[in-house]
Design a protein around this ligand. Structure first.
Ligand code: ZN
Length: 468
Protein backbone atom coordinates (compact mmCIF):
# COMPACT_ATOMS: atom_id res chain seq x y z
CA UNK A 1 0.00 0.00 0.00
CA UNK A 2 1.28 3.49 -0.81
CA UNK A 3 2.26 5.40 2.28
CA UNK A 4 1.43 8.87 3.51
CA UNK A 5 4.45 11.07 2.75
CA UNK A 6 2.88 14.38 3.76
CA UNK A 7 4.51 16.61 6.35
CA UNK A 8 2.01 15.65 9.04
CA UNK A 9 -0.05 12.58 9.97
CA UNK A 10 -3.51 14.02 9.34
CA UNK A 11 -2.54 16.82 6.97
CA UNK A 12 -3.56 19.75 9.21
CA UNK A 13 -0.31 21.65 8.59
CA UNK A 14 3.38 21.36 7.71
CA UNK A 15 5.16 22.12 10.98
CA UNK A 16 6.30 20.11 13.97
CA UNK A 17 3.59 21.77 16.07
CA UNK A 18 0.90 20.46 13.70
CA UNK A 19 2.28 16.93 13.98
CA UNK A 20 2.47 17.20 17.75
CA UNK A 21 -1.17 18.31 18.07
CA UNK A 22 -2.34 15.55 15.74
CA UNK A 23 -0.41 12.96 17.77
CA UNK A 24 -1.81 14.37 21.04
CA UNK A 25 -5.38 14.07 19.76
CA UNK A 26 -4.91 10.56 18.36
CA UNK A 27 -3.40 9.33 21.61
CA UNK A 28 -6.09 11.02 23.74
CA UNK A 29 -8.85 9.44 21.63
CA UNK A 30 -7.24 5.99 21.98
CA UNK A 31 -6.87 6.39 25.73
CA UNK A 32 -10.46 7.56 26.22
CA UNK A 33 -11.65 4.66 24.05
CA UNK A 34 -9.63 2.21 26.15
CA UNK A 35 -11.10 3.71 29.33
CA UNK A 36 -14.63 3.21 27.99
CA UNK A 37 -13.73 -0.38 27.09
CA UNK A 38 -12.41 -1.03 30.60
CA UNK A 39 -15.46 0.55 32.26
CA UNK A 40 -17.74 -1.66 30.21
CA UNK A 41 -15.70 -4.75 31.04
CA UNK A 42 -15.59 -3.92 34.75
CA UNK A 43 -19.35 -3.40 35.00
CA UNK A 44 -19.04 0.39 35.27
CA UNK A 45 -16.17 0.50 37.73
CA UNK A 46 -13.17 2.74 37.12
CA UNK A 47 -9.96 1.57 35.43
CA UNK A 48 -6.68 2.28 37.23
CA UNK A 49 -3.43 3.47 35.70
CA UNK A 50 -0.22 3.61 37.68
CA UNK A 51 2.82 5.76 38.10
CA UNK A 52 6.27 4.83 39.28
CA UNK A 53 8.05 6.76 42.04
CA UNK A 54 11.20 8.43 40.70
CA UNK A 55 14.43 6.46 41.11
CA UNK A 56 16.86 8.64 39.11
CA UNK A 57 20.43 8.12 40.25
CA UNK A 58 21.36 11.80 39.85
CA UNK A 59 18.53 13.17 42.04
CA UNK A 60 18.39 13.35 45.83
CA UNK A 61 15.30 12.64 47.94
CA UNK A 62 13.95 16.21 47.69
CA UNK A 63 14.39 16.29 43.93
CA UNK A 64 12.77 12.86 43.54
CA UNK A 65 9.84 13.96 45.74
CA UNK A 66 9.38 17.14 43.66
CA UNK A 67 9.45 15.06 40.49
CA UNK A 68 6.87 12.58 41.86
CA UNK A 69 4.54 15.37 42.95
CA UNK A 70 4.65 16.99 39.52
CA UNK A 71 3.84 13.64 37.86
CA UNK A 72 1.01 13.03 40.32
CA UNK A 73 -0.46 16.47 39.66
CA UNK A 74 -0.34 15.76 35.93
CA UNK A 75 -1.83 12.30 36.27
CA UNK A 76 -4.59 13.59 38.53
CA UNK A 77 -5.46 16.37 36.05
CA UNK A 78 -5.58 13.83 33.21
CA UNK A 79 -8.00 11.68 35.25
CA UNK A 80 -10.32 14.66 35.91
CA UNK A 81 -10.44 15.62 32.23
CA UNK A 82 -10.84 12.08 30.90
CA UNK A 83 -13.53 11.36 33.49
CA UNK A 84 -15.49 14.44 32.43
CA UNK A 85 -15.61 13.09 28.87
CA UNK A 86 -16.17 9.44 29.75
CA UNK A 87 -18.84 10.07 32.38
CA UNK A 88 -20.68 12.44 30.04
CA UNK A 89 -20.70 9.71 27.37
CA UNK A 90 -21.97 7.17 29.90
CA UNK A 91 -24.40 9.70 31.47
CA UNK A 92 -23.44 8.70 35.01
CA UNK A 93 -21.07 9.90 37.71
CA UNK A 94 -19.02 6.76 38.21
CA UNK A 95 -16.40 4.90 36.23
CA UNK A 96 -13.66 6.51 34.20
CA UNK A 97 -10.06 6.29 35.29
CA UNK A 98 -8.24 6.59 38.63
CA UNK A 99 -4.55 6.35 39.44
CA UNK A 100 -2.24 4.56 41.85
CA UNK A 101 1.35 3.46 42.20
CA UNK A 102 2.99 0.68 40.22
CA UNK A 103 2.87 -2.63 42.11
CA UNK A 104 5.77 -4.73 43.44
CA UNK A 105 8.66 -2.42 43.04
CA UNK A 106 11.80 -4.47 43.23
CA UNK A 107 14.05 -6.66 41.22
CA UNK A 108 12.52 -9.70 39.68
CA UNK A 109 8.94 -8.45 39.92
CA UNK A 110 6.74 -9.15 36.92
CA UNK A 111 3.95 -7.65 34.91
CA UNK A 112 1.28 -10.20 34.14
CA UNK A 113 -0.95 -10.64 31.16
CA UNK A 114 -4.41 -11.93 31.93
CA UNK A 115 -6.42 -12.72 35.02
CA UNK A 116 -5.02 -16.23 35.26
CA UNK A 117 -1.61 -14.61 35.50
CA UNK A 118 -2.27 -13.36 39.02
CA UNK A 119 -2.78 -16.97 40.15
CA UNK A 120 0.22 -18.20 38.18
CA UNK A 121 2.44 -15.50 39.56
CA UNK A 122 1.54 -16.44 43.12
CA UNK A 123 3.25 -19.78 42.40
CA UNK A 124 6.50 -18.15 41.32
CA UNK A 125 9.07 -18.36 44.06
CA UNK A 126 10.41 -14.82 44.64
CA UNK A 127 13.93 -16.24 44.95
CA UNK A 128 13.64 -17.72 41.46
CA UNK A 129 12.44 -14.37 40.14
CA UNK A 130 15.51 -12.67 41.60
CA UNK A 131 17.75 -15.36 40.14
CA UNK A 132 16.12 -14.86 36.76
CA UNK A 133 16.74 -11.13 37.05
CA UNK A 134 20.46 -11.69 37.74
CA UNK A 135 20.73 -14.21 34.94
CA UNK A 136 19.00 -12.03 32.37
CA UNK A 137 20.63 -8.73 33.40
CA UNK A 138 24.25 -9.77 33.84
CA UNK A 139 26.55 -9.74 30.82
CA UNK A 140 27.52 -13.39 30.60
CA UNK A 141 29.25 -13.28 27.27
CA UNK A 142 31.10 -10.46 25.59
CA UNK A 143 29.52 -8.55 22.73
CA UNK A 144 30.66 -9.63 19.30
CA UNK A 145 30.11 -7.91 15.97
CA UNK A 146 28.47 -5.08 17.86
CA UNK A 147 25.67 -7.33 19.16
CA UNK A 148 25.54 -8.60 22.71
CA UNK A 149 25.82 -12.37 22.56
CA UNK A 150 22.80 -12.92 24.77
CA UNK A 151 19.42 -12.08 23.39
CA UNK A 152 18.30 -9.84 26.25
CA UNK A 153 18.34 -6.08 25.93
CA UNK A 154 19.23 -4.54 29.29
CA UNK A 155 19.37 -0.78 28.56
CA UNK A 156 16.88 1.99 29.32
CA UNK A 157 13.27 0.82 29.18
CA UNK A 158 14.34 -2.84 29.26
CA UNK A 159 11.68 -5.41 29.83
CA UNK A 160 12.04 -9.08 29.19
CA UNK A 161 8.97 -10.99 28.19
CA UNK A 162 8.62 -14.51 29.57
CA UNK A 163 6.29 -17.31 28.59
CA UNK A 164 5.28 -19.65 31.40
CA UNK A 165 3.45 -22.77 30.19
CA UNK A 166 0.45 -24.38 31.87
CA UNK A 167 2.75 -26.56 33.96
CA UNK A 168 4.50 -23.48 35.34
CA UNK A 169 7.72 -23.84 33.35
CA UNK A 170 9.33 -20.73 31.89
CA UNK A 171 9.70 -21.85 28.27
CA UNK A 172 10.78 -18.73 26.36
CA UNK A 173 12.19 -15.26 26.99
CA UNK A 174 12.06 -12.37 24.52
CA UNK A 175 12.92 -8.70 24.91
CA UNK A 176 12.32 -5.53 22.86
CA UNK A 177 13.50 -5.66 19.25
CA UNK A 178 14.08 -2.81 16.82
CA UNK A 179 12.52 -3.45 13.44
CA UNK A 180 12.68 -1.65 10.12
CA UNK A 181 9.41 -1.33 8.21
CA UNK A 182 8.59 -0.23 4.68
CA UNK A 183 5.83 -0.46 2.10
CA UNK A 184 6.78 -4.09 1.38
CA UNK A 185 6.43 -5.31 4.98
CA UNK A 186 3.55 -7.84 5.06
CA UNK A 187 0.31 -6.46 6.58
CA UNK A 188 1.95 -3.09 7.18
CA UNK A 189 -1.03 -1.03 6.02
CA UNK A 190 -0.66 2.66 5.35
CA UNK A 191 1.97 4.33 7.48
CA UNK A 192 3.37 7.84 7.58
CA UNK A 193 6.93 8.63 6.53
CA UNK A 194 7.60 12.38 6.69
CA UNK A 195 9.61 13.71 3.72
CA UNK A 196 13.29 14.70 4.02
CA UNK A 197 12.48 18.41 4.36
CA UNK A 198 9.71 18.00 6.98
CA UNK A 199 10.04 20.34 9.95
CA UNK A 200 9.30 17.45 12.31
CA UNK A 201 12.43 15.54 11.27
CA UNK A 202 14.73 18.43 12.21
CA UNK A 203 12.83 18.84 15.49
CA UNK A 204 12.97 15.18 16.53
CA UNK A 205 16.53 14.55 15.34
CA UNK A 206 18.36 17.88 15.81
CA UNK A 207 21.78 16.27 15.33
CA UNK A 208 20.84 13.76 12.62
CA UNK A 209 18.02 15.29 10.63
CA UNK A 210 19.52 14.08 7.36
CA UNK A 211 20.62 10.67 8.64
CA UNK A 212 18.04 9.34 11.10
CA UNK A 213 15.48 6.90 9.74
CA UNK A 214 12.08 8.14 10.95
CA UNK A 215 10.97 6.55 14.21
CA UNK A 216 14.44 5.82 15.56
CA UNK A 217 14.69 6.24 19.33
CA UNK A 218 17.57 8.55 20.24
CA UNK A 219 19.94 9.51 17.48
CA UNK A 220 22.12 7.56 15.08
CA UNK A 221 25.00 7.45 17.59
CA UNK A 222 22.84 5.68 20.19
CA UNK A 223 22.30 2.65 17.95
CA UNK A 224 25.71 1.09 18.62
CA UNK A 225 25.15 1.47 22.35
CA UNK A 226 21.74 -0.20 22.12
CA UNK A 227 23.29 -3.08 20.20
CA UNK A 228 25.98 -3.44 22.87
CA UNK A 229 23.23 -3.54 25.51
CA UNK A 230 21.67 -6.46 23.69
CA UNK A 231 18.92 -4.94 21.55
CA UNK A 232 18.48 -6.98 18.38
CA UNK A 233 17.84 -5.24 15.08
CA UNK A 234 15.65 -6.72 12.33
CA UNK A 235 15.26 -7.69 9.56
CA UNK A 236 18.52 -9.59 9.32
CA UNK A 237 20.30 -11.10 6.38
CA UNK A 238 22.95 -13.75 6.94
CA UNK A 239 22.70 -13.16 10.69
CA UNK A 240 23.46 -9.45 10.40
CA UNK A 241 20.96 -6.58 10.65
CA UNK A 242 20.05 -4.91 7.36
CA UNK A 243 20.79 -1.18 7.69
CA UNK A 244 17.68 1.01 7.72
CA UNK A 245 17.11 3.02 4.54
CA UNK A 246 16.10 6.56 5.56
CA UNK A 247 14.44 7.16 2.18
CA UNK A 248 12.08 4.17 2.26
CA UNK A 249 11.89 2.89 5.84
CA UNK A 250 10.58 3.77 9.27
CA UNK A 251 11.69 2.18 12.54
CA UNK A 252 9.47 0.46 15.10
CA UNK A 253 10.03 -1.31 18.42
CA UNK A 254 8.21 -4.50 19.36
CA UNK A 255 8.16 -4.99 23.14
CA UNK A 256 8.81 -8.41 24.71
CA UNK A 257 5.26 -8.73 26.04
CA UNK A 258 3.81 -8.57 22.53
CA UNK A 259 6.19 -11.23 21.23
CA UNK A 260 5.33 -13.47 24.19
CA UNK A 261 1.56 -13.07 23.74
CA UNK A 262 2.00 -14.26 20.14
CA UNK A 263 3.92 -17.27 21.50
CA UNK A 264 1.10 -18.22 23.90
CA UNK A 265 -1.29 -18.11 20.93
CA UNK A 266 1.08 -20.23 18.83
CA UNK A 267 1.25 -22.98 21.46
CA UNK A 268 -2.35 -22.58 22.65
CA UNK A 269 -1.41 -22.41 26.32
CA UNK A 270 0.56 -20.58 28.95
CA UNK A 271 0.79 -17.02 30.20
CA UNK A 272 2.89 -14.07 29.07
CA UNK A 273 4.82 -12.23 31.75
CA UNK A 274 7.09 -9.26 31.58
CA UNK A 275 9.97 -8.58 33.95
CA UNK A 276 11.91 -5.35 34.23
CA UNK A 277 15.58 -6.12 33.81
CA UNK A 278 18.87 -4.28 33.63
CA UNK A 279 19.68 -1.42 35.99
CA UNK A 280 17.73 1.44 34.44
CA UNK A 281 14.14 0.15 34.38
CA UNK A 282 12.13 -0.63 37.48
CA UNK A 283 8.58 0.20 36.63
CA UNK A 284 6.29 -2.78 36.80
CA UNK A 285 3.64 -1.59 34.46
CA UNK A 286 2.99 -2.00 30.76
CA UNK A 287 3.03 1.00 28.46
CA UNK A 288 -0.33 2.14 27.12
CA UNK A 289 0.45 0.74 23.67
CA UNK A 290 1.21 -2.77 24.99
CA UNK A 291 -1.82 -2.50 27.29
CA UNK A 292 -4.09 -1.82 24.28
CA UNK A 293 -2.71 -4.83 22.45
CA UNK A 294 -3.25 -6.92 25.58
CA UNK A 295 -6.86 -5.72 26.05
CA UNK A 296 -7.56 -6.47 22.40
CA UNK A 297 -6.32 -10.03 22.92
CA UNK A 298 -8.25 -10.69 26.11
CA UNK A 299 -5.27 -10.55 28.47
CA UNK A 300 -5.30 -7.37 30.53
CA UNK A 301 -2.07 -5.88 31.83
CA UNK A 302 -1.76 -6.15 35.61
CA UNK A 303 -0.70 -2.50 35.61
CA UNK A 304 -0.58 0.26 32.95
CA UNK A 305 1.57 3.39 32.90
CA UNK A 306 1.41 6.64 30.91
CA UNK A 307 5.14 6.98 30.33
CA UNK A 308 6.43 6.44 26.81
CA UNK A 309 5.80 3.95 24.05
CA UNK A 310 8.04 5.60 21.48
CA UNK A 311 7.64 4.13 17.99
CA UNK A 312 5.78 1.18 19.50
CA UNK A 313 5.04 -1.48 16.93
CA UNK A 314 3.20 -4.79 16.76
CA UNK A 315 4.97 -7.86 15.41
CA UNK A 316 4.89 -8.01 11.60
CA UNK A 317 6.99 -11.12 11.06
CA UNK A 318 8.48 -14.09 12.86
CA UNK A 319 12.14 -13.74 11.90
CA UNK A 320 13.10 -12.62 15.41
CA UNK A 321 10.76 -15.04 17.19
CA UNK A 322 12.22 -17.24 19.91
CA UNK A 323 9.79 -20.18 20.10
CA UNK A 324 9.47 -22.50 23.07
CA UNK A 325 9.76 -26.28 22.61
CA UNK A 326 5.98 -26.65 22.57
CA UNK A 327 4.45 -27.75 19.27
CA UNK A 328 2.37 -25.44 17.06
CA UNK A 329 -1.30 -25.08 17.86
CA UNK A 330 -1.09 -22.76 14.88
CA UNK A 331 1.96 -21.46 13.01
CA UNK A 332 3.69 -18.41 14.46
CA UNK A 333 2.75 -16.40 11.37
CA UNK A 334 -0.92 -17.34 11.86
CA UNK A 335 -0.64 -16.47 15.56
CA UNK A 336 0.75 -13.02 14.68
CA UNK A 337 -2.04 -12.43 12.15
CA UNK A 338 -4.64 -13.59 14.67
CA UNK A 339 -3.40 -11.23 17.42
CA UNK A 340 -2.94 -8.32 15.00
CA UNK A 341 -6.43 -8.59 13.55
CA UNK A 342 -7.96 -8.46 17.02
CA UNK A 343 -5.73 -5.46 17.79
CA UNK A 344 -6.74 -3.73 14.57
CA UNK A 345 -10.47 -4.10 15.30
CA UNK A 346 -9.89 -2.92 18.88
CA UNK A 347 -8.08 0.25 17.78
CA UNK A 348 -10.87 1.07 15.33
CA UNK A 349 -13.40 0.88 18.17
CA UNK A 350 -11.20 2.82 20.65
CA UNK A 351 -10.45 5.70 18.30
CA UNK A 352 -14.05 6.02 17.17
CA UNK A 353 -15.42 6.00 20.73
CA UNK A 354 -12.70 8.32 21.97
CA UNK A 355 -13.24 10.83 19.19
CA UNK A 356 -17.01 10.78 19.81
CA UNK A 357 -16.46 11.55 23.51
CA UNK A 358 -14.10 14.43 22.69
CA UNK A 359 -16.37 15.88 20.01
CA UNK A 360 -19.27 15.78 22.45
CA UNK A 361 -17.51 18.13 24.94
CA UNK A 362 -15.59 20.58 22.74
CA UNK A 363 -14.76 23.03 25.54
CA UNK A 364 -12.68 20.25 27.20
CA UNK A 365 -10.51 19.90 24.08
CA UNK A 366 -7.64 22.36 23.74
CA UNK A 367 -8.69 25.07 21.31
CA UNK A 368 -5.46 24.58 19.36
CA UNK A 369 -6.23 20.86 18.96
CA UNK A 370 -9.79 21.14 17.65
CA UNK A 371 -8.73 21.26 14.01
CA UNK A 372 -6.83 17.99 14.39
CA UNK A 373 -9.79 16.41 16.16
CA UNK A 374 -12.17 17.39 13.35
CA UNK A 375 -9.78 15.96 10.75
CA UNK A 376 -9.35 12.72 12.70
CA UNK A 377 -13.11 12.35 13.04
CA UNK A 378 -13.51 12.84 9.29
CA UNK A 379 -10.82 10.31 8.30
CA UNK A 380 -12.21 7.69 10.67
CA UNK A 381 -15.75 8.18 9.39
CA UNK A 382 -14.71 8.03 5.74
CA UNK A 383 -12.09 5.29 5.79
CA UNK A 384 -11.77 3.26 8.99
CA UNK A 385 -13.50 -0.09 9.50
CA UNK A 386 -13.00 -2.89 12.03
CA UNK A 387 -11.43 -4.94 9.22
CA UNK A 388 -8.90 -2.43 7.90
CA UNK A 389 -5.84 -0.97 9.62
CA UNK A 390 -6.63 2.76 9.20
CA UNK A 391 -7.21 3.50 12.90
CA UNK A 392 -4.38 1.24 14.06
CA UNK A 393 -1.93 2.87 11.65
CA UNK A 394 -2.88 6.40 12.72
CA UNK A 395 -2.20 5.41 16.32
CA UNK A 396 1.16 3.87 15.38
CA UNK A 397 2.04 7.02 13.41
CA UNK A 398 1.22 9.17 16.46
CA UNK A 399 3.64 7.09 18.55
CA UNK A 400 6.49 7.88 16.13
CA UNK A 401 6.31 11.48 17.34
CA UNK A 402 8.15 11.04 20.64
CA UNK A 403 6.50 12.50 23.74
CA UNK A 404 5.30 11.17 27.09
CA UNK A 405 1.80 9.73 26.89
CA UNK A 406 0.71 11.69 29.96
CA UNK A 407 1.85 14.96 28.35
CA UNK A 408 -0.07 14.08 25.20
CA UNK A 409 -3.27 13.73 27.24
CA UNK A 410 -2.76 16.97 29.15
CA UNK A 411 -1.92 18.83 25.93
CA UNK A 412 -5.01 17.64 24.05
CA UNK A 413 -7.47 18.07 26.96
CA UNK A 414 -8.16 21.12 29.13
CA UNK A 415 -10.55 21.97 31.96
CA UNK A 416 -13.64 23.22 30.15
CA UNK A 417 -17.08 24.42 31.15
CA UNK A 418 -19.80 22.55 33.01
CA UNK A 419 -17.60 20.23 35.10
CA UNK A 420 -19.42 17.20 36.45
CA UNK A 421 -19.14 16.37 40.19
CA UNK A 422 -15.47 15.59 41.07
CA UNK A 423 -14.22 16.43 37.57
CA UNK A 424 -12.34 19.54 38.65
CA UNK A 425 -8.73 20.06 39.67
CA UNK A 426 -9.37 19.58 43.39
CA UNK A 427 -10.57 15.96 43.46
CA UNK A 428 -7.92 13.37 44.39
CA UNK A 429 -8.30 10.38 42.03
CA UNK A 430 -5.64 8.40 43.89
CA UNK A 431 -7.43 8.39 47.23
CA UNK A 432 -10.91 8.98 45.80
CA UNK A 433 -11.79 11.99 47.91
CA UNK A 434 -12.25 15.72 47.64
CA UNK A 435 -9.40 17.91 48.81
CA UNK A 436 -9.75 21.19 50.63
CA UNK A 437 -8.06 23.42 53.20
CA UNK A 438 -7.73 20.50 55.65
CA UNK A 439 -7.30 17.60 53.24
CA UNK A 440 -4.26 17.72 51.01
CA UNK A 441 -4.04 16.05 47.64
CA UNK A 442 -1.61 13.14 47.25
CA UNK A 443 0.42 15.44 44.98
CA UNK A 444 0.94 17.82 47.95
CA UNK A 445 1.72 15.39 50.76
CA UNK A 446 3.69 12.64 49.01
CA UNK A 447 7.32 11.85 49.88
CA UNK A 448 9.43 9.62 47.59
CA UNK A 449 9.72 6.18 49.23
CA UNK A 450 13.35 5.39 48.38
CA UNK A 451 16.42 6.41 50.36
CA UNK A 452 19.40 7.67 48.34
CA UNK A 453 21.16 4.44 49.29
CA UNK A 454 18.35 2.27 47.89
CA UNK A 455 18.43 4.21 44.63
CA UNK A 456 22.18 3.62 44.32
CA UNK A 457 21.67 -0.10 44.97
CA UNK A 458 18.97 -0.28 42.27
CA UNK A 459 21.38 1.12 39.71
CA UNK A 460 24.21 -1.29 40.58
CA UNK A 461 24.49 -4.26 38.23
CA UNK A 462 23.94 -7.66 39.86
CA UNK A 463 26.77 -10.15 40.23
CA UNK A 464 26.95 -12.49 37.25
CA UNK A 465 25.90 -16.04 38.16
CA UNK A 466 28.82 -17.43 36.22
CA UNK A 467 32.16 -15.79 36.96
CA UNK A 468 34.00 -14.80 33.81
ZN1 ZN B 1 5.22 -1.81 26.08
Amino acid sequence: MVWNIGKSILGTGDTRVDVEREADVIFAAAFIGATLFQNDRKGGRAWRVDMEPNSDIDKNLDARTADDRASMRGLNDACSKVNQLVRTQLARDEGGVVWGLTPTFGRGGMIQAGEGAQREYAKVNPTYAKTAFSYLSAAQRAAKDGQRADEMYIGRGAYCGLVVDDDGNAVSAMSTIRTTLNENTPDIGERWRPPADADVRAAQYPRDKDDATWGLIGGVALQDILAQQGMRFYPQSGGMPVSPNKHTDIVGYTHGMIRCICETVRIGQGTAFEMSIGVDTFKLASCMSCSSFMMANGVDASSTHLGRGESWSPYYGSQSHNPSYHADKMSIDDAIRHCNSRYTAFMHQCLRNGVAAMANQPSWVNEKHRGALAKLELILAQRSTAQNTVARDLFLDAMTYHKSDLLRLNSALVYGSGARPSCDASYDWCQNRSTGPDIKGTWESWVNPHTDEEVRALHTPPDPLLKQ
